[in-house]
Design a binder for this molecule. Structure first.
Ligand code: SF4
Length: 512
């Protein structure tokens, strides 16, 4: 149960034939978004295309999880939404805010209305622009723009608009090729214009996943494979970094639109973010997590006996915990039960103590008097882990708690779509006080364990992580573990993040 928050998820649906019978795109967009709810619960939205509507492109979005936004608890209201936004193609988005505020006006898609059909478009995306401040400054300095929301989505909208300027309908693939030359960071984009042309693209590094596939006459794309499978797609493909899908007049092309300097798939997608049933770039999330558990078991030094039980923190550490328990021949027990119905509500409570207790129940019947090997996926800030350890000991009566983390220590911020962009919010760097090169020292790990209230603490090794994912290290982004940022602006922001830390600046590094 990492404290690092999810980024966003995108979806796209295209049904070839026109007419009322083909107007099912919204239903499938809704399903794709529902199945990607793990990627963001702050807001959800769609834009659909329907030639019979005055508003050929029309956007609906709101704050809240997908079911709330589509009012599924009220049949009449829900039917009205599905009727009004019926169309044979469209794009969709679930959001977690890594940039900008949690305001409704920042929900995506962003639609830009215009009288010229090629300039009227809607888009949504997931990721973060590492060179956001440079892009914004350029607009302000050179072109007299007025920025309303101060979020990278707005900046991206202006840059897309600039590529579509002119008196003639532009070639969309070339427009996105030019756009990619200006951007540094992580961006997967779904785009549709009022001709009904669509683009779904993956950035040149492939930080986040994009998958696509067919179901009968329908083409679907999404961030994660589980969303496609749950829509009935039996065979799907992973979009390669630097490639896009272009759809126009019933023709679908997959094309390279930008040079890919290297692949940099975010390791955190496998460790924590993605749905456990998804497959990312050919590697199953579930299998990776069980591999991580096996690797943890290999480095275990605790002499386990009948006094021990292993408790995975639900849900994301379950696969790793179960695999580790199997290897160690120690019982895996659900000593922490997750309350699935808490959601985002004001009764969550303001203190982390209250939030942990609302979210989990510690089972005294399981934990009392036991030496607990507590397996979690990652530690970012450390405060949640501390509360869980405390809760298991106090409320559960555990005798000892040995924390095992399936991700190596997080030593640097992320500028590519995960909400941990400052040094001050990270646990290990706070102890080190300077960039950590190589392994975190035993002394620091011991101090961290003590402050967490744990009897011992062990992290996954980088080698164990790479082996578990089963991809060459050079194809992964592990920048927050190693300090080796794959893009020029990532390297720059890493320096700035440490400078900000020394100066006490708390704002997100890429937006100040
Ligand atoms: S810095 Fe870390 S969290 Fe961010 S993309 Fe790279 S591996 Fe993922």
């Amino acid at each position: 149960m990492s404290e690092a928050m999810h980024q966003c998820g995108i979806a796209a649906v295209y049904i070839k034939e026109n007419g009322d019978s083909a107007n099912r795109a919204l239903f499938y967009l809704y399903k794709l978004l529902l199945n990607q709810q793990n990627r963001g619960q702050l807001s959800a939205g769609i834009t659909t295309f329907n030639q019979k509507r005055m508003q050929v492109l029309d956007t609906y979005k709101d704050l809240g999880p997908v079911n709330e936004v589509f009012k599924t608890s009220d049949r009449q209201q829900s039917l009205e939404i599905f009727k009004r936004y019926a169309g044979n193609k469209g794009i969709g988005h679930v959001r977690y805010a890594t940039s900008g505020s949690e305001d409704k006006s920042l929900a995506q898609p962003f639609e830009r209305h215009h009288g010229r059909k090629w300039k009227w478009f809607s888009f949504c995306w997931n990721g973060n622009l590492a060179n956001y401040t440079e892009l914004k400054q350029h607009l302000l300095d050179k072109t007299d723009y007025h920025i309303v929301y101060d979020t990278d989505t707005e900046i991206l909208m202006h840059y897309i608009s600039r590529e579509l300027m002119g008196q003639k309908r532009p070639n969309l693939i070339k427009a996105f090729t030019r756009l990619a030359q200006k951007l540094d960071g992580c961006y997967n984009i779904a785009f549709i214009n009022s001709y009904g042309e669509m683009i779904i693209l993956r950035d040149p590094y492939g930080f986040r996943p994009v998958v696509y596939g067919w179901k009968d006459d329908m083409f679907l794309a999404a961030s994660e494979s589980n969303a496609l499978i749950n829509c009935g797609v039996t065979e799907y493909k992973h979009l390669e970094p630097g490639h896009l899908i272009y759809i126009n007049d019933g023709h679908i092309q997959i094309k390279k639109y930008a040079e890919s300097p290297r692949k940099a798939h975010c390791m955190f997608e496998w460790v924590y973010f993605a749905n456990v049933s998804s497959v990312l770039d050919g590697q199953s999330v579930y299998i990776t997590r069980t591999n991580l558990g096996k690797e943890l078991a290999k480095q275990e030094t605790e002499k386990v006996n009948e006094d021990y039980i292993l408790v995975p923190v639900p849900d994301t550490a379950k696969a790793a915990g179960d695999a580790m328990a199997y290897e160690l021949k120690v019982p895996a027990a659900e000593g922490l039960i997750r309350n699935r119905f808490v959601g985002r509500t004001f009764i969550e409570g303001s203190s982390r103590d209250e939030r942990v207790q609302n979210k989990y129940t510690a089972l005294k019947e399981i934990l009392d008097g036991k030496k607990v090997i507590l397996v979690d996926d990652s530690i970012v800030r450390g405060s949640t882990t501390k509360q869980i350890v405390n809760y298991i000991k106090k409320a559960g009566g555990a005798k000892e708690v040995h924390v095992r983390i399936s991700c190596p220590p997080i030593k640097g911020p992320c500028f590519y779509g995960i909400d941990m962009s400052t040094v001050s919010e990270l646990l290990v760097p706070r102890y080190e006080g300077k960039p950590v090169v190589g392994e975190v020292s035993k002394e620091v790990i011991t101090r961290v364990a003590k402050d967490l209230g744990a009897d011992s603490l062990k992290y996954q090794s980088i080698q164990g992580l790479v082996k578990s994912i089963g991809k060459p290290a050079k194809e992964l982004c592990m920048a927050c573990l190693t300090g080796d940022y794959p893009t020029p602006w990532g390297k720059k922001l890493y320096m700035k993040a440490w400078e900000n830390y020394r100066k006490g600046v708390k704002e997100r590094t890429y937006s100040c």
